[in-house]
Design a protein around this ligand. Sequence first.
Ligand SMILES: Cc1ncc(COP(=O)(O)O)c(C=O)c1O
Length: 355
Amino acid sequence: MTLARGPRPGPAGDLAWLDPGPLDPGPLDPGPEAVHGSVLDTVGATPLVELGRLFARPGVQVLAKLELMNPGGSMKDRSARYIVASGLADGSIPPGSRLVESSSGNFGVAVAMAAQLHGLSFTCVVDRNASAANVTIMRGLGADVEVVDVPDEAGGYLHTRLARVHEILATTADTVWINQYANERNWLAHYHGTGAELVDQLLVPPTHLVGAVSTTGSLLGCARRLREVCDPLQVVAADAVGSVIFGGRGGYRELPGLGSSRVPELHSPDEIDRVEHVDDATAAEACRELLATEAIFAGGSTGAVVTAVARLLDDVVPPARIVAIFPDRGDRYLDRVYDDAWLDRARARRVALSR
Ligand SMILES: Cc1ncc(COP(=O)(O)O)c(C=O)c1O
């Protein structure tokens, strides 16, 4: 079976009104000279790389979609660009308004980039797990960054961050809350972006799709696009130990971007076939192995994805083609994933959890 191409469908019915389709010529069409109008135009068109060194199994191919190569450093560049451009286009984001969002860091950087280039203001509420680098980058992009440090009852910071967002919305004029956990354009960005690219990049359809989840937007967007042309497709979510998305008990965790301490409105469990919960230490160990074998320097949630792939391989019957989404780069995790003392502490937490 080969992948059918052709005109891209969009979501039907109720959602059609908020789907402007693929918004931009993007990096595929820079014009007669290869010059882009802004760095936003370079979001996407990320490469696929075979992980033949880390996963050498006869009849099984594992391909990594290197979303970490996006200009802001992560796959969240896609959601931010799409949400801001489509909001400006349909008037739901008035020109000159102030965007407000809660983010673990990557989405904040991505929105700050889009806001700056579109002349919008931006307040980002982060928590103490956000990397210092992301906070510095956001401030450099002109965003106001507020850091909350009171954990919520689920052990994360999401509820505290959201409470602060509501305060800002109630007290500041001309504010627009992006709300990535409920915003349908979050998954649509990946439906038209990452998912559509995978359809274009692959001649032979994948049998499995593995992605890290928090809002679940990226995995759902890719899955929805791929499922239009791949049947069957098993969709595997890599979630954090201590995340409540799939009903587990909330708990302490330190890797930003992975997992959630509340169930996102976008969540659609029927579309996810398998969930692998990965603790901080295991994710970090997988990142280090990925670097040592494939020379790919990736962030913590990529380690969770790699771990989910490794567990999946125990059950996969060849032939299989697994696509794994690698969300962000490793350089903003030097003080965590790639720091030996941090890893020792994460390992101690893992031992404590297993008792
Ligand atoms: C590094 C990283 N991995 C995974 C995710 C989860 O992606 P999604 O929110 O699309 O589920 C995020 C989201 O911010 C992220 O920053």
